[in-house]
Design a protein around this ligand. Structure first.
Ligand code: CP
Length: 311
């Protein structure tokens, strides 16, 4: 049985093997039982200092990492670019090196530029965890998504998962594709042709432009938000038209022959990609995903802090 990850940093799911992911999941199983006990803290990362460096907005990921770190008894330092000297022109490396000079062991970073976390690993001497870099990867989101599918269905292997929405601008989609395929699931992407990159079929995923066909095929539908903040041109005529074509409504869900599981990484735009009655329905595991995020991030931090990579 594997006891250490094969990586020193968590930059992308692409770097992880199936045994790495299974190790994260079995460690997360243990931490999930810990955080459901009356005393939710363990001393595993006592004397480890972790900096959460967020150059982009976040609710779930930032809070979830901070809670995971505190549950592991780490010392936590939060840095938000919007209220820092980045606004005065300081570079990424200077900013991070100043934080590291205060004896920080691990850096959890979200950045709008693809490759920013990998760049850090080449230039600083600390463990780096990617909390989302541009349109590249969001590895802990994909891990908690797959962990939640495993919890709900007892397995990931053989499951049919449709990722629906703005695939083009989504780091969640890419990390989910790598994670689910590594664990033996079948993956389909669905959305308007303008929001599905041409290269995507070369990753071995099915491509479907018709929402109802995707829903009829899948066991799990992972609904993604339209990322208007990353769109410099118009990819569809109007939000109303997008919703008519690709919005998951109760009527569409109830017309299916089987009860599929509904997921969403958040933040949700209620009434656009998903209606409130679907998001809050018994078929939705959206809040389970959020709950599982803490245990999965505890597992990632614990494994990265505790072990040097296997040779
Ligand atoms: N899912 C996710 O990354 O949400 P936040 O942007 O709120 O962190």
């Amino acid at each position: 049985m594997k006891t250490a990850l094969s990586v020193k940093h968590l930059i992308g799911i692409k770097d992880l093997s199936a045994p790495d992911i299974e190790l994260i999941f079995s460690t997360a199983d243990n931490f999930k039982s810990v955080i459901n006990r009356p005393i939710k803290k363990v001393p595993s990362l006592r004397d480890v200092t972790i900096a959460n460096i967020f150059f982009e907005n976040s609710t779930r990921t930032r809070i979830s990492f901070e809670l995971a770190e505190r549950r592991l008894s780490a010392d936590v330092l939060n840095f938000s670019a919007s209220s820092s000297s980045v606004k005065k022109g300081e570079t990424l490396i200077d900013t991070v090196n100043n934080i590291l000079a205060m004896k920080v062991d691990m850096v959890v970073m979200r950045h709008s530029s693809t490759g920013a976390c990998k760049f850090l690993t080449d230039n600083i001497d600390a463990v780096v965890v990617n909390a989302g870099d541009g349109t590249h990867e969001h590895p802990t989101q994909a891990l908690l998504d797959a962990f939640s599918i495993r919890e709900k269905h007892g397995k990931v292997k053989g499951m049919k998962v449709a990722i629906i929405g703005d695939i083009l601008h989504s780091r969640v989609a890419l990390s989910n594709i790598f994670c689910l395929q590594t664990l033996g699931a079948e993956v389909m992407v669905c959305g308007p042709p303008t929001l599905i990159p041409k290269y995507i079929s070369s990753l071995g995923v099915k491509v479907e432009y018709n929402l109802m066909k995707a829903l009829e095929w899948c066991d799990v539908a992972n609904m993604l938000r339209i990322q208007l903040e990353r769109q410099d041109i118009k990819y569809f005529p109007s939000t109303r038209e997008y919703t008519m074509q690709y919005g998951l409504t109760k009527q569409r869900l109830d017309s299916l022959k089987k009860k599929i599981t509904v997921m969403h990484p958040g933040p949700i735009n209620r009434g656009v990609e998903i209606t409130s009655d679907v998001a809050d329905s018994a078929q939705s595991i959206i809040l389970d995903q959020v709950e599982n995020g803490v245990a999965v991030r505890m597992a990632v931090l614990y494994l990265l802090a505790a072990k040097q990579p296997e040779e």
